[in-house]
Design a protein around this ligand. Structure first.
Ligand code: G6P
Length: 607
C-alpha cells in the first residue's frame, strides 16, 4: 500500500525520489507524486497510473529542481485514483506539502472544522486535512505545528512534511504505519521500507509511534512529543541489494520462487545446533510451554494459510489445541483469550493493519505474543514478546512465495521445539524430524527443477474459467494457498475445498471439463482423497493429481505431479511449490501483470 520516500542532501532530489518510488511500486499503488522545494517555493508534480507517467511528466525528474523533497505512491482509499487525489497535498497557501500513508479516522470532523475556518478542499482524500491543519497551527515553528497536528488526528499515519519556510530541513512522524529513517553521508532519507533506500545507505533508525524526526543534510534528530531529543540506535540492514533487483528474471515472482531453498536454509540452519533446535529469540521456558492452555494463530492472506498448516502440525506434535483465525475477524469477535494462551502472529511485512490490531487485542487480554515476521524492526515485531524472524530477504512480488515457505519452516522449528520440551514426541522422532527439516531446502530445490512440467500443464489450462483445489488436512491447508496464488495473479476464479466437504454443495459446480487440482500427498488419507477424486471425475472433471513419488495416480487422475518423499508434516513445503509455479505460469500465459496484480497491495496498512 502507499509508499513514502523523502530526500535531503546535495543531489537533485527528484530523480532520487522517483528511483525510491520505483522500489516501492511493489507495495501497490494507482497514482504517484513528488514535491520539491526550489527557491523557497514548493513545486508539486503528480500523475495518475503507473510511475512511468510521472517520469514522463518530469523528464525523469530532471525538470524538477531542488535538493530536498518528498514522494509518494498512493493506493486509493478515500477518493478515486486521480491527479488531484494523488499526494503530496499542499496546504492552502502552498507553504506545506504532505505525504501520508495510513488513514485519518476523524477526517470528516476535521474537514468540517477547517471548512468553517475558511479552508478550501480540492481533493476527496483524508490526507488533505493534515496539510491544512499544519497551516492552521503553524505559528512560525514547524515542530510545534507537528505536535498539534498529531494531537488532533486520530488513526494511523506515516507523514513526510515539507515547509517552504524551512528549505534546509523536513520533518516526519509515524504512528501505526511504517516509516524508517535512512542515514547517509551528507544526505538523509525517509522511506516506507528499506528497499527504497538500500542503494544509498544501509544504516537506519526505526521509529516508535509519534517520534518526530527532523532531517537536514548533515543531521537527523529524533524528538518525543515533549520536544525532548531521543537517543536512537542505528540498525544496519544486511539485506543483499541484489535481492531487491530482478537480476535477469522476467518477474520477481519466479525469482523469489527459485530463491526458496536459499531462504529456507538461512531460516533453518542457524537454529539447529548440535542436534537441537535453538531459538535464541524465544524466551518461552519449558514451564511456560507446559502451561499453555490454547494457541491462537492470527494472520491475513497467505500468512493465515501458514497458520492453517500450523494448526495441524502443532496439534499433532504438541497436543495443544490450536485455533487459526483471520486477523480481521479475530480482532472483532471478542475472542476468548486468556493469560495462559500463546498467540502466534504471522506476517511477512510486520505492518499489516488488521494483524497488528489483532495482536493488540490479544495482548490487552494478557496473552503472550510470539510473532513470525520477515521485516526486522517492524511494528508487529516491536509489539511482540518474542519474535522469530524469517530470513527470506526482501520479497517484492505481491504474491508471496518465499515468505510463505520460510514462515512454514519457522512453524516446524517452533512445533518441534515445543514438542521436545513437552515430551510429546520421542527422542528418536525428534532426531528424525530434525534431519528431515534440514534436508527440506534440497527437496524444495529438487521440486522446483520440475518446473517445465508445470509450465506445460499451465499452457493446457490457462483458458479455464474456474479451477477447484481439493485436499484433506494438511493437503487442504495447502490447497487454500494454491487457490489464492492462482486467483490473485491470473484472475481465474478458484476455490479450495476440504475434499470431504465437496459433496455438501460445491460438487454441483463440477461439469464436463472442470479442472480439479487434487492434493493427495499424506499417507493416512490418500485413499480417502482418491474416493473424492472419483466423485468429481464421474461428473466430468479433469483432474490434476498431486502426490509423492511413492504413490501412483495412474488411472485416478488425468495428470499427475509428484513431489519428493518426506514425513507428512513437511509435505506442505513441497506441495506448495508446484502450485506456486502453476499460478505463475498460468498468469504468464495470460499475459497478466504478475508482480503487481490489479487491485492488490503487498503490504496492507489499512483495515
Ligand atoms: C497482502 C499480500 C499477501 C499477504 C497478506 C498478509 O494481502 O498481498 O501476499 O499474505 O497481505 O501480509 P503480511 O505482510 O502480514 O504477511
Amino acid at each position: 500500500m502507499c509508499g513514502i520516500v523523502g530526500y535531503i542532501g546535495s543531489e537533485q532530489a527528484a530523480p532520487i525520489l522517483l528511483d525510491g518510488l520505483e522500489k516501492l511500486e511493489y507495495r501497490g499503488y494507482d497514482s504517484s507524486g513528488i514535491a520539491v522545494i526550489n527557491n523557497d517555493i514548493i513545486d508539486v508534480e503528480k500523475a495518475k497510473g503507473r510511475l512511468q507517467g510521472l517520469r514522463e511528466k518530469t523528464n525523469n525528474g530532471a525538470n524538477v529542481i531542488g535538493t530536498i523533497g518528498i514522494g509518494h505512491t498512493r493506493w486509493a482509499t478515500h477518493g478515486e485514483p486521480s491527479d488531484v487525489n494523488a499526494h503530496p497535498h499542499l496546504s492552502q497557501s502552498g507553504r506545506f506539502a504532505v505525504v501520508h500513508n495510513g488513514i485519518i479516522e476523524n477526517y470528516i470532523a476535521l474537514r468540517e472544522r477547517l471548512t468553517k475556518k475558511g479552508f478550501e478542499f480540492i481533493s476527496e482524500t483524508d490526507t488533505e486535512v493534515i496539510a491544512h491543519l499544519f497551516e492552521y497551527y503553524y505559528k512560525g515553528d514547524i515542530m510545534d505545528a507537528m505536535i498539534k497536528v498529531i494531537d488532533r488526528v486520530e488513526g494511523s499515519y506515516a507523514l513526510g512534511v515539507l515547509c517552504s519556510d524551512y528549505p534546509d530541513q523536513f520533518i516526519a512522524v509515524r504512528k501505526a504505519s511504517p516509516l524508517i529513517i535512512g542515514l547517509g553521508k551528507g544526505e538523509n532519507f525517509i522511506a516506507s521500507d528499506v528497499t527504497a533506500i538500500l542503494k544509498y545507505t544501509r544504516d537506519v533508525y526505526y521509529l516508535e509511534d509519534n517520534e518526530i524526526v527532523v532531517l537536514k543534510n548533515d543531521s537527523v534528530k529524533v524528538y518525543n512529543i515533549d520536544k525532548e531529543e531521543v537517543e536512537k540506535n542505528v540498525f544496519t540492514v544486511d539485506w543483499d541489494i541484489s535481492a531487491a533487483e530482478k537480476g535477469g528474471y522476467e518477474h520477481f515472482m519466479i525469482k523469489e520462487i527459485e530463491e526458496q531453498p536459499k531462504a529456507l536454509r538461512a531460516t533453518i540452519s542457524p537454529r539447529i545446533k548440535d542436534g537441537k533446535i535453538v531459538l535464541d529469540d524465544v524466551s518461552l521456558t519449558r514451564e511456560d510451554i507446559k502451561n499453555i492452555r490454547k494457541i491462537f494463530i492470527v494472520a491475513c492472506g497467505s500468512a493465515y494459510h501458514v497458520g492453517v498448516v500450523a494448526k495441524y502440525v502443532i496439534e499433532r506434535m504438541c497436543r495443544i489445541p490450536v485455533e487459526a483465525q483471520i486477523a480481521s475477524e479475530f480482532r472483532y469477535c471478542d475472542p476468548i483469550v486468556m493469560p495462559n494462551d500463546l498467540v502466534i502472529v504471522i506476517s511477512q511485512s510486520g505492518e499489516t493493519a488488521d494483524t497488528l490490531e489483532a495482536l493488540k487485542v490479544a495482548k490487552s487480554r494478557g496473552a503472550r505474543i510470539l510473532s513470525i515476521v520477515n521485516v526486522v524492526g517492524s511494528a508487529i515485531a516491536n509489539a511482540s514478546d518474542d519474535v522469530i524472524y524469517t530470513w527470506a530477504g526482501p520479497e517484492i512480488a505481491v504474491a508471496t512465495t518465499k515468505a510463505y515457505s520460510t514462515q512454514l519452516s519457522v512453524v516446524y522449528l517452533l512445533a518441534l521445539y515445543m514438542a521436545e520440551k513437552l515430551g510429546t514426541i520421542t527422542h528418536g522422532q525428534y532426531k528424525k524430524y530434525l534431519d528431515e527439516l534440514q534436508a527440506l531446502p534440497d527437496l524444495v530445490a529438487e521440486t522446483i527443477k520440475h518446473k517445465e512440467q508445470i509450465a506445460y500443464l499451465a499452457s493446457k489450462f490457462y483458458n479455464c474459467h474456474s479451477i477447484f483445489f481439493i485436499g484433506r488436512n494438511l493437503d487442504y491447508a495447502v490447497s487454500l494457498e494454491g487457490s489464492l496464488k492462482l486467483k490473485e495473479i491470473s484472475y481465474i476464479h478458484s476455490e479450495a475445498y476440504a475434499a470431504g466437504e465437496l459433496k455438501h454443495g460445491t460438487i454441483s459446480l463440477i461439469e464436463d471439463g472442470t479442472l480439479v487440482i487434487a492434493l493427495a500427498t499424506g499417507n493416512d488419507l490418500f485413499d480417502k482423497t482418491v474416493s473424492n477424486i472419483k466423485e468429481v471425475t464421474s461428473r466430468g472433471a479433469v483432474v490434476m493429481g498431486l502426490t509423492t513419488t511413492e504413490r501412483s495416480m495412474n488411472g485416478i487422475a488425468d495428470y499427475t505431479i509428484q513431489i519428493p518423499v518426506t514425513s507428512d508434516i513437511f509435505l506442505p513445503s513441497l506441495s506448495v511449490i508446484p502450485l506456486q509455479l502453476f499460478g505463475y505460469y498460468v498468469a504468464a500465459q495470460k499475459g497478466c501483470d504478475i508482480d503487481k496484480p490489479r487491485n492488490l497491495a503487498k503490504s496492507v496498512t489499512v483495515e
